[in-house]
Design a binder for this molecule. Sequence first.
Ligand code: ADP
Ligand code: MG
Length: 214
Amino acid sequence: MEYFLNSEGSVVVRDIINEIRSNRDYLGEIDGAIGDGDHGINMNKGFSMAGERINQSHSFSEAAKTLGNVLMMEIGGSMGPLYGTLFKRFFRETKDHDRITAEIVLKMLESALDGVKEIGGADVGDKTMIDTLAPAVSAMRAATISHCSFRDALMKSLEAGREGRDSTKDMVARIGRSARLGERSRGVLDAGAVSCCIIMESMTESIPAILRND
Ligand code: ADP
Ligand code: MG
């Protein structure tokens, strides 16, 4: 059975933080096209603040909890509660497990998707982060059911997430700030769909590097 040790997993969260920080300007540019341009700044601020409180001695679950709490409590914009919920769900679904398998990652992603949908009210097609997350979760589920390796399941999930991210380009925003633009929101990617894909990309790199098999 393939798994990573929860106790060794804070690197997964620390890598996500670094990737979001490196993409601050890019996320700002994308949000600037149809939003208010603050997505990069919001994300960078929240993820950096959490990064200062997370170190190697933390588990994956503890790191996800810290990140979720900081985003939820201390950051403005839509992304605080949305990504706060996502990482708090990562914590909730993993905290009782020493070994994190593909099945547990699937549960964690399913729960995160449900949580973000519950608090944001968005669904597939509204031009939000959900357009990345939902297909990524479905592909992870399909891969897990067909007993793909952990790495392949993550890769398939990422592929679907990337397609979902790209699909936001032709959508008209139906929720959030950019919805006010109506038809004019068509033709550019959604910032949250892009940041969500960066998170998936980072996990797909980091998790295989710490996998064990016994
Ligand atoms: P704000 O919209 O307050 O400026 P950000 O720029 O940080 O906040 O985040 C914008 C992103 O948040 C959007 O690109 C979209 O993906 C996501 N988003 C906004 N509202 C929702 C919602 N209700 N559900 C899911 N995602 C949302
Ligand atoms: Mg914004």
